[in-house]
Design a protein around this ligand. Structure first.
Ligand code: DNO
Length: 347
């Protein structure tokens, strides 16, 4: 495996120098942030990330994300042109040495939480989700206050999108995903890029929005739509693990050859559709981190890994989920798990 760390570009307070000082770090996961979803990334911007990373001894082989515009997910009349742009990004990234692209097919919201600064008993702050609170904030009722998303849409835009998705429903969303994959995966194959869809976070619908990348059967359905190894998965343990029905160890083992990127993070389930993010080690939460890494190692996994959301600890202030300290602790822990399990396997 290759250990990586997400970097949000030059404005990220977690600098490349700091990232390079984390033991075992091979590269960064980043994106071009100044182009709107649907646009084509300039080759200059792509190669600038690569050069900056290389100056710190880091690779740039994973992109997260090339966002899929809502019009592709909705199958609007502009979808075909936007898919062409998406394919062009895949070509350009492949040419620049990117090997894996993480993306998602979540309508409107990417991740969703009810609290961004949930205070934990040890004084840390973490992201938390409680469905009861989220549903009380139903934006269709005009009560628009979703942590992390308030600034992204106007009330009218949000209502328009929610209505459009309600009209298309789940099966049409599947159809639109199929159209997208049938166009993009052949380009990814030619470009030497593995596409790795990120599961829905959390893995269930809300506000009438369909969500489809939520469980083993649906992931299998998505793989079967385009049976190519380039049509793969980002195994995000915190996203899928919010649903106790999802057996992550089984998924890691069954899907090992289609998992190209792993977001290894832990959450603690505290009730029905209620969870908070915790430190990475198994003992901190509800996810069997050891079991998942063991299944990956046993399956011969050789993709990319990164620690995911960290808590804010030691007084750190920063981008929610993406501070330095807790993610660096997570990286060191995960590197240790891999080392131990890989060595044990060789004995
Ligand atoms: C949140 C991340 C997601 C992820 C996208 C991938 O912190 O896990 O925003 O990057 O869903 O497309």
């Amino acid at each position: 495996m290759k250990m990586t760390f997400r970097w949000y570009g030059d404005s990220d307070p977690v600098t490349l120098e700091k990232i390079s000082q984390i033991p075992g770090m091979s590269g960064i996961v980043s994106a071009v942030y100044d182009v709107k979803p649907g646009g084509v990334w300039s080759e200059e911007s792509i190669s600038k990330i690569k050069t900056s990373a290389a100056e710190h001894g880091l690779e740039f082989e994973v992109v997260e994300s090339v966002p899929v515009p809502e019009d592709i997910k909705l199958g609007s009349s502009s979808a075909a042109g936007l898919i062409d742009n998406y394919c062009e990004n895949v070509r350009r990234l492949g040419k620049a040495g990117v090997k894996c692209i993480c993306y998602n097919f979540m309508p409107v919201f990417d991740w969703l939480r009810s609290e961004l600064e949930h205070k934990q008993p040890d004084g840390a702050n973490a992201l938390a989700y409680d469905e009861k609170t989220v549903l009380e904030m139903n934006p269709l009722k005009g009560d628009l206050s979703l942590p992390g998303w308030d600034a992204s849409y106007t009330k009218a835009e949000m209502q328009g999108l929610l209505k459009a998705y309600e009209e298309i429903g789940e099966e049409k969303l599947w159809k639109n995903l199929e159209t997208f994959l049938k166009a993009v995966i052949p380009v990814a194959e030619e470009s030497g890029v593995k596409m790795a869809i990120h599961p829905d976070d959390p893995p269930w619908g809300m506000f009438g929005l369909p969500r489809i990348i939520t469980c083993r059967d649906n992931i299998k359905r998505m793989f079967d739509m385009v049976p190519s190894v380039n049509n793969g998965l980002t195994l995000c343990t915190g996203s899928l693990g919010a649903d106790p029905e999802n057996d992550l160890v089984l998924m890691a083992s069954e899907f090992c050859d289609r998992i190209h990127f792993v977001h290894l993070r832990n959450i603690k389930r505290t009730g029905y559709r209620k969870f908070e993010e915790v430190g990475h080690p198994t003992d901190c939460g509800s996810i069997d981190m050891y079991g998942i890494v063991k299944a990956l190692v046993d399956g011969g996994f050789d993709g990319y890994v990164r620690p995911d959301h960290g808590r804010m600890i030691w007084g750190e202030k920063g981008r929610y989920g993406y501070g330095l300290y807790d993610r660096a602790l997570g990286a060191a822990y995960i590197t240790g798990l891999f080392e131990a399990i890989e060595k044990e396997k060789k004995i």
